[in-house]
Write a protein that binds this ligand. Structure first.
Ligand SMILES: Cc1cc2nc3c(=O)[nH]c(=O)nc-3n(C[C@H](O)[C@H](O)[C@H](O)COP(=O)(O)OP(=O)(O)OC[C@H]3O[C@@H](n4cnc5c(N)ncnc54)[C@H](O)[C@@H]3O)c2cc1C
Length: 583
């Protein structure tokens, strides 16, 4: 028996879900509806999961507004926007099942906008051929989260907001539970389970400017999976949104919605030049997200940015009433956190890390991982977005594949005759926590080290990368990783946040390493990945990159779409996105 076994609480469930965002909750609902016992855990409050930040909408080819729309067209748009790195099987499954996903949400009580005759309204979003994005004002994520929490509660799903998972427990390449601690009182917990679903989000918080809030998207999902023996895929593919806030420091990266540009917002550098005239003279500020992000980055990098390191986004030429009516959330956001009235002063903005397109490798149809009984879903999984995410596709991914992994995990649990456990795996997980808590006299602390990771990722692996920068990033990361061994963790009367930060840091370091190594291997420019030393797309790199700690990056070919989707992709040119929301 391990020395800490006496302090550990042991419980068991059939399926454990890590994450109470849209993906985790949808999986839990499926499990409960099938009569399978499920426990859904998270490290922050379920009504405040990252999913609530989603604003613009959720996609499905319902054809309520444009009768010509079809699942095939939705699939073709997604593959084209992915720069042909998305897995066509994942994409086609998503596009076919998206309408049922919306039906499910409506059945759970989600109130999406409707036309006067009762049809669900759908709007344009980014590079979609037709209007296929359902929405609830600009609070779509919050509305979906509310409906899912209510449905899960009605079904009696056991949910916990206080269990930080530190390790997956594996015996003979098969999952048998998780190890963690309660963030309020530090109690250690072992939860035995036949199957585990990881729905723990992405890794965009490892950049200094991120549209994620503090302590979310710290790469936990990737670390848990990689430590358990899973492969990660395409970790270098991260979507940067062109406009995040710059100040105050604690709000750096918070999204400034694309709607500001949609309403006529003008971008200028510190010299007052409307620089988009040089990057995309036709579409100007309404150019595609990756282009505007690159333009903003270049202006700042080449010294034409503001003193604080941004560019200016100005909407003050519109009359005050119009701004208040069309952009009420933005007006409030800047008044609240920056005391800036956007109706008479420009906003200072810069690119911000927004979405993890890479993550855990999953098999296309079941979303199983490399470990038996372990599944991954939502932003932490890969396959759908390739090198550029189509706005509105991530919420529907959570709902479609949440349902699928729920059914798969239920099946796996029902098929088991016995569960093999490994006491040494539990003991090792306990030792990891004890070691951090027992250290005294250390000279390193989690917050400054997190800051060091964010600095190096921003400086060495931001919007534009190069071999020299990425190699420098790896050297700096080694230095941070070395200091983890000296890190001191001091829980206090307020709880075990410090221990959570230490594990967040471990997740961030692993996710950063995978990102840097894959970014070095992808010696081309494709979608959101810009290499200044390889500015062209390389047809030989139309592959997915697979990463495991300590191993060379491997390559995996991308499959072919079905003939009915392939035909829609032939001779397709870049689409004009003017007047369309892109979030
Ligand atoms: C500002 C903004 C706007 C967006 N707008 C849109 C949009 O309009 N349309 C769209 O489709 N997408 C949008 N997105 C993207 C979308 O919101 C996310 O991709 C999606 O919500 C991810 O959901 P998820 O369930 O995978 O993970 P999350 O909602 O991130 O949930 C992760 C869960 O895992 C838990 N967790 C993490 N680590 C641990 C751990 N170690 N132990 C225990 N629990 C853990 C967390 O507590 C949380 O419950 C937007 C994103 C942002 C930031």
């Amino acid at each position: 028996m391990s020395s800490h076994a006496s302090q550990e609480r042991r419980t068991a469930t059939s399926v454990l879900v890590i994450g109470t965002g849209a993906a985790g909750l949808r999986a839990a609902i499926e499990l409960a509806e099938s009569g399978t016992q499920v426990l859904c855990v998270a490290k922050r409050r379920r009504d405040d999961a990252h999913t609530v930040l989603a604003a613009g909408g959720i996609n499905a080819a319902l054809a309520t507004m444009d009768p010509e729309d079809s699942w095939q067209q939705h699939a073709a748009d997604t593959i084209a926007e992915s720069y042909h790195l998305a897995d066509p099987t994942v994409v086609e499954l998503l596009a076919r099942k998206a309408p049922t996903a919306i039906e499910d949400l409506v059945r759970y009580g989600a109130e999406f906008a409707r036309e006067d005759d009762g049809r669900l309204s759908q709007r344009y979003f980014g590079a979609h051929t037709y209007r296929r994005t359902c929405f609830a004002g600009d609070y779509t994520g919050r509305e979906i989260q509310r409906a899912l929490v209510r449905r899960a509660t009605d079904l009696g799903v056991e949910m916990r907001d206080d269990l930080y998972v530190t390790r997956l427990l594996v015996a003979d390449a098969r999952i048998f539970g998780v190890y963690g601690f309660c963030v309020d009182d530090g109690r250690r917990e072992v939860v035995l389970a036949d199957a585990v679903i990881i729905a723990a989000g992405g890794h965009t918080r490892i950049w200094r400017r991120s549209s994620s809030r503090r302590d979310e998207n710290t790469g936990d999902a990737m670390r848990l999976a990689a430590d358990a023996g899973c492969r990660l895929r395409d970790m270098e593919l991260v979507q940067f949104h062109p406009t995040g806030m710059i100040s105050p420091e604690e709000s750096a990266g918070t999204l400034v919605t694309e709607a500001v540009r949609g309403e006529g917002g003008i971008l200028r550098n510190a010299r007052g030049e409307r620089f988009m005239e040089r990057y995309d003279p036709e579409r100007l500020e309404l150019s595609t997200r990756d282009r505007v992000a690159l333009a903003n980055y270049t202006e700042i990098a080449e010294g034409r940015g503001t003193e604080a390191g941004g560019v200016l986004l100005d909407i003050s030429h519109l009359d005050r009433e119009t701004v208040l009516e069309r952009l009420p959330r933005m007006y409030r956001q800047f008044i609240d956190v920056a005391m800036l009235d956007i109706t008479n002063r420009p906003m200072e903005v810069a690119p911000t890390a927004h979405y993890s397109m890479g993550g855990i490798w999953v098999e296309a149809e079941t979303h199983r991982t490399d470990v038996e009984g372990l599944y991954a879903v939502g932003e932490c999984a890969t396959g759908l977005h390739g090198a550029n995410r189509l706005g509105g596709n991530s919420l529907v991914e959570c709902i479609v594949f949440g349902k699928i992994v729920g059914a798969e995990a239920a099946r796996w649990s029902a098929s088991l005759d016995a569960q093999v456990r490994d006491r040494s795996a539990i003991a090792a997980a306990g030792d990891e926590v004890s070691e951090l808590l027992g250290r005294r006299g250390g000279e390193a602390f989690p917050r400054p080290l997190q800051r060091a990771v964010r600095d190096l990722m921003s400086e060495c692996a931001g919007v534009v990368r190069s071999a020299a920068g990425l190699n420098e990033g790896l050297v700096r990361l080694d230095a941070v990783a070395g200091r983890i061994g000296e890190m001191e963790v001091r829980p206090d009367i307020a709880g075990f946040d410090d221990l959570a930060h230490a594990f967040d840091l471990k997740g961030s370091v692993l996710a950063a390493r995978a990102t840097l190594e894959c970014a070095l291997e992808r010696s081309e420019t494709r979608g959101a990945h810009n290499r200044s030393d390889f500015p062209e797309q390389d047809p030989g790199l139309a592959v997915n990159l697979l990463w495991r700690p300590g191993e060379p990056v491997a390559r995996e070919g991308v499959g072919e779409p079905s003939p009915e989707v392939a035909v829609l992709l032939q001779g397709r040119d870049e689409m004009s996105v003017s007047g369309r929301l892109l979030e």
